[in-house]
Every structure is written in C-alpha cells, then in structure tokens.
Design a protein around this ligand. Structure first.
Ligand SMILES: Cc1cc2nc3c(=O)[nH]c(=O)nc-3n(C[C@H](O)[C@H](O)[C@H](O)COP(=O)(O)OP(=O)(O)OC[C@H]3O[C@@H](n4cnc5c(N)ncnc54)[C@H](O)[C@@H]3O)c2cc1C
Ligand code: FES
Length: 256
C-alpha cells in the first residue's frame, strides 16, 4: 500500500453520470487482486476531509482505471478534474475476489449492479486468462446508465438487465441468473445490498463471493467506521471490518 499523487491520463464520461478515470502511478505495480479498492482524496484542502473509496476497474502496465458515479460533493469534484492534473490516491486497499477459487474449465458467473460493475472487468480478465469460462450479468436502472457491456464481452457472454426495461432484459440481474441454463461453479458479485442479499439467498453456486459497500473513514482498519457483524454472531461482539477484512467476503460470512 502506498499514497501517491497519480497523474490523470484521462477522465471521461461513459454513461449518464458515470466517469472512467485512468491514472498513472507506481502503485499500479502493487495492484493484482480484482475487487481491491483505492481511497481517493478529491480536493487539496480539508473539504471534503474524508477520502472516497472507489474500486479498481482495471490494471494495465503502470496505469489503472477507476469508474465512478457522480453522486455527491466528492465525486463531483473528481468529475471536474482533467488530463494532466494529479489525484492523491491511497491503495491498493482491502482483500479482493479470490481468483484462485475458480479452476480452469469451470464456469464463473460475475454479477455487477450499477457501480458494482467496475471490479468485474479486471476479474473477468484474470479469470479468462486462466481458462475459466466467464459469464457476466450486469444490471442498471435504465439504458442511459449502461456501461462496459462491450468491454466485458471481450471475456465471455454478457447479459444486461435494466429495471425500466429500456435496454436488455427488463428486471433485475437475478431474473437473468434464474433463467441461465448453465450451472455456475462459482459466483462473484458486487452491487447494492439488496442485490447481494438476493444472490446470497439464491445459492446459485457451491461458492459465492460478495463485495460489500460500507461507508468508510480511514479505509485501512483504524477507525471502525465500516464494521459489520459476522453471521455466526449476528448480535454479539464479533465483527469484520469491510475495508481491511473485505470488501469481498464469502457468502454466509457476514450479515448483509
Ligand atoms: C469498497 C468500496 C468500493 C466502491 N467502489 C465504487 C466504484 O467503483 N464506483 C463508484 O461510483 N462508487 C464506489 N463506491 C461508493 C463510493 O465510495 C461513494 O459513492 C462515494 O464515496 C460517494 O462520495 P460523494 O462525495 O460523491 O458523495 P457524498 O454522499 O457526498 O459522500 C459523503 C460521505 O459518504 C461516504 N459515502 C457515500 N456513499 C458511500 C458508499 N456507498 N460507500 C461508502 N462510502 C460512501 C463518502 O465516502 C463520504 O464520506 C465504493 C464504496 C466502497 C466502500
Ligand atoms: S474505514 Fe476505518 S476501519 Fe474501515
């Protein structure tokens, strides 16, 4: 893990309120696990004080890409930055998706909802590289929010669901999984909590890994802002920190 002022190679809008930011920095060499994240300081001063956690979408020869939704103050400031400027980045942080759990010849189903889609790109790339069959299922609210369908198609079949039915199949990602004719050996998912809960309850494969989103302070396990209960002790004192124990957990490990 290191903190570095990374140079902006590009920062472009790829869907409604969705931006793809390519950064150059030495810390790209330390990134290897899909699903890890970086903690981004969006402004030079003290406002906003807290860094923003954003998943690593891809890693490529000294460059790395993050994809973010322009939502509140922090991500709006990030969207205003342009090529050649620098961004203070801390990372890579957390434990990502365990690529080793999928074996060559097996089928992995990758499920991304909204800004849960970005980490699926690097995951799909690494799984395909080791000979795992990749099926990506991505879900959005509407057609204008859809991104990375073409990019994910480089590594296998892609299915798109939109809530309003304006693109792909109408409904949720789980509607697509329920209709899949292949049996998944492993499922990896990242997206809104109700989606993760549905995937956990659906038990679509012998092994399922879920990436959780929790509000974060420090991002490195020091402030306890991101704790969640373990399933074996749901009301007690046993907990996991999403930033440093996760953000990826095996289904059934923590309460979501
Ligand atoms: C591990 C992890 C990976 C993430 N990856 C992505 C990604 O790839 N792309 C993307 O668009 N978003 C991602 N998010 C969510 C992203 O961090 C928030 O959308 C962002 O922090 C909002 O900042 P803001 O200043 O625009 O919004 P504001 O609402 O102004 O943020 C206010 C505060 O709330 C925190 N916050 C708000 N929403 C969230 C949230 N959902 N999770 C954690 N903290 C939040 C911010 O860090 C900040 O401290 C991720 C979150 C986590 C925990
Ligand atoms: S965000 Fe500080 S402990 Fe997780």
């Amino acid at each position: 893990m290191r903190q570095e002022n990374c140079k902006i190679v590009s920062n472009r809008q790829i869907a409604e309120n969705i931006f793809e930011l390519v950064l150059e920095g030495k810390l790209a060499a330390e990134m290897n696990q899909p699903g890890q994240f970086v903690h981004v300081k969006v402004a030079d001063g003290f406002d906003p004080l807290l860094r923003r956690p954003i998943s690593i979408a891809s890693i490529n020869d000294g460059l790395f890409t993050i994809i973010y939704r322009r939502q509140g103050k922090g991500t709006s400031l990030l969207a205003d930055k342009s090529t050649g400027m620098t961004v203070d980045v801390l990372g890579p942080l957390g434990n990502g998706f365990p690529v080793d759990e999928a074996n060559p010849g097996q089928t992995a189903v990758l499920v991304g909802g909204g800004v849960g889609v970005p980490p699926m790109y690097e995951l799909a790339k690494q799984l395909a590289r080791k000979g795992v069959k990749v099926i990506s299922i991505i879900g959005f609210q509407s057609s204008n929010a859809v991104f990375y369908e073409k990019e994910l198609a480089e590594f296998g079949e892609v299915y798109v669901a939109t809530v309003d039915g304006s693109y792909g199949r109408k409904g949720f990602v789980t509607d697509i999984i329920n209709g899949l004719e292949v049996q998944a050996d492993i499922v990896f998912a990242c997206g809104p909590t109700p989606m993760l809960r549905a995937i956990e309850n659906g038990q679509y494969a012998p092994k399922t890994y879920l990436s959780l989103e929790e509000r974060m302070g420090c991002g490195i396990g020091a402030c306890f802002a991101c704790v969640c209960h373990t399933q074996e002790d749901p009301k007690g004192f046993t907990y996991k920190k999403v930033c440093s124990d996760g953000p990826v957990f095996q289904a059934g490990e923590v309460v979501i």
